[in-house]
Design a protein around this ligand. Sequence first.
Ligand code: PEP
Length: 256
Amino acid sequence: MQDRFYFGTNTKMFKTAAETVDYLHRLEELTRGIPPERAQRFVIPSYTSLGPARAELDRAGSGILLGAQNMGWEERGQYTGEISPLMLREAGARLVMVGHSERRHTFRETDAEEEKKVRCALDHGFRVLLCVGEQLEDRRYGTGDEVLRVQLKIGLHQVRPEEADRVWVAYEPVWAIGVNGIPADEGYAGEKHRMLRGTMVELFGEAGSRVPLLYGGSVNPENAVALSRCKEIDGLFIGRSAWDAERFADIMRAVL
Ligand code: PEP
């Protein structure tokens, strides 16, 4: 368990730039009093929200870290529809999320592509949030640990131990995410986090023991505290239950 607890949200394709600015304004107002040494807050909005969000966070002197939902692995080129690290940096992102379950499963991204994105994001000075998660059939066949280890080992293959302090990992079982998701209980999540921690130490030695491991998948005001009390869980990565600033702030207050 880290000294600081991590609270983040990915707003997916839901909030416009104007809505994101309102949301950040309110979230900052509600959570400003939380000492930064106790909580790292982060928000990952749509690409078009990044510039206005950066301006709002800078204006408010906020410690909320701003992230991007994805990134192409080249600086520029003939990649219609992609966004480059230079563009994300210019727009104000400081963190790049890689391998969210919707990227892996709806858009068929591969582990090898996540590997290139992780390397490119680190080369451009970003922190990286690598998402990993097994599917329902892996639970049935007992192949979840293998899948998670492969996602970590390939995704982080080109990361050097001295760079591990810029890597965060979100464990998000695919069956737990979204409107039809069933949240993992703290026992199951704790067991998977222990295995992930072991893999991080295997990959990075001592530095792997400090990489924040966040849980995501139907976190809500009812289960957030129990999950946060699990000593293997360093933070919560929340979708729907964090898209209302009041609700997200209530979760933070309840956990801290
Ligand atoms: C997610 O999509 O990463 C997520 C955690 O969503 P939710 O909390 O809504 O299940």
